[in-house]
Design a protein around this ligand. Sequence first.
Ligand SMILES: [Zn+2]
Length: 109
Amino acid sequence: MVRQYRSVGAMRSHLGGSAPFRFDQILNQIADVIAQRAADRINAHVQMQDGARVFSPLKDRRLDMRCRSPRCRNRSKGPRFRYLCEEHLRLPKREQAAALQKWKQKKGA
Ligand SMILES: [Zn+2]
């Protein structure tokens, strides 16, 4: 027992001394482990996303995100913005309403 302690102590002083400590080698090993874990995580994440994409209930709701203004091909900013794109949100309220009206007529609502 006593001898073992002595040898460990000797080893420690050896590492702490002038002997070249392979720190870069250890870092490389750590980096490899981290890279492997990161890759595993990314794979798991991607697989999870794929699964979520397949089973997502949002998928079927399929919001029509097109801008309600006729002939506008921009994507609207969603229901909170009356489905108008950034550009057409700047129109006067009257014109916005007209565009929405036209959209409804086209939809047959
Ligand atoms: Zn628009």
